[in-house]
Ligand binder design. Sequence first.
Ligand code: FES
Length: 134
Amino acid sequence: MDRKQFLQTLGISAAAVVFINSIEGCKKPDLTKKIDFTIDLSSSQYSDLNTAGGYAYLNGVIIAKTSNGDFIAVSQACTHEGCNVEYQLAQNDFVCPCHGAKFNSSGGVMNGPANTALTKYNISLSGTTLRIFA
Ligand code: FES
């Protein structure tokens, strides 16, 4: 292999790696995987969850604290085009900042353009350990 062939091969390989990585970045979360994890509410990483209206993202799930102190959890990816939804305390719902879809606290669609509900997850609290599971 001469120098020119080597550089061509190297360039094609680099382009293939960039292309494959860009495809991976566009993948929507795998909603078929089983959700079952815990978080420690005493950790500074989740300090937002100590305040009503606070929310956090983990493992494709948005976990939010409601005004009455309960926690709710739904899939974080909007079912329209996959943007991360945000929790709104005053309305106790989730809104998508990309195109304005709204979902109720159970994940049901209130406003389009999304037409499929978010997945709602179960929550249990033991001490400062919050379990989120399907
Ligand atoms: S991605 Fe959420 S409304 Fe479009």
